[in-house]
Design a protein around this ligand. Structure first.
Ligand SMILES: *Cc1c(COP(=O)(O)O)cnc(C)c1O
Length: 211
């Protein structure tokens, strides 16, 4: 789908559930895509919000696309030996535990800046990554005590199970509201309308744009 068409559809989904379309931002997931494709399918349309899930790939793309207008998000697992590649990232969506928060705080002190953070919530099913919902409040507290800014939650819905996905989206949206957080990163190519319905503010879309 061409990016302008996707943006129109996101807007339509927001309006359909009485949400302000400006409250839903599209993050173009550029993992695995060469820079020429990113230029042709995203940047050409004036869109500047991108996400990667691997440290080295992010580092390489920052070199190839040194445009300061670009806003990079990191959506992959946080590995302590690869945090060094995240110094310029706007937001990390995948904080899972206190040891990662400690490592990030250490790096942030060195960098003189800190990426904004989202806590990834475990979806209770197949997925191995994420913080169990019951442990999210404690992780939030610890991370804030380290001086880092947690803006919300992220979740990956169970794949190919629309009803289960809706339920996960609703549960994570409830938890987000209960914790008084404002950003909610959920929704991918196959499930973003449900995620918007549940209140998502950050939609992470790859294949719908690039395939
Ligand atoms: C790859 C990826 C996406 C994008 O998924 P699509 O189905 O290609 O839209 C979103 N979030 C995360 C964490 C990913 O790894």
């Amino acid at each position: 789908m061409q990016l302008p068409v996707l943006l129109q559809d996101i807007e339509r989904c927001a309006r359909a559930v009485d949400r302000d379309p400006a409250s839903v931002r599209l993050i173009a997931v550029s993992k695995g895509q060469p820079v020429a494709e990113i230029r042709d399918k995203v940047l050409k349309f004036g869109h500047h919000v991108l996400a990667e899930n691997r440290g080295q790939e992010l580092r390489d793309k920052l070199r190839e696309l040194p445009d300061p207008q670009l806003e990079w998000h990191f959506i992959g697992p946080i590995q302590s030996n690869k945090i060094k590649y995240l110094s310029q990232v706007h937001m990390i969506h995948t904080l899972e535990d206190a040891s990662q928060a400690t490592e990030l705080a250490r790096h942030a002190a060195k960098w003189g800046r800190a990426p904004k953070l989202l806590i990834q919530v475990h979806n209770g099913e197949v997925q191995k990554h994420g913080c169990p919902p019951a442990e999210v409040p404690a992780l939030l507290k610890t991370t804030r005590e380290l001086g880092l800014d947690v803006e919300g939650l992220m979740v990956m819905a169970p794949y190919d199970q629309p009803e289960a996905a809706r339920q996960v989206f609703r549960q994570v949206a409830d938890l987000n509201a209960k914790l008084g957080l404002r950003e909610l990163s959920m929704g991918m190519s196959d499930d973003y309308p449900h995620a918007i319905e549940a209140g998502s503010t950050l939609i992470r879309i790859g294949s719908a744009i690039f395939l």
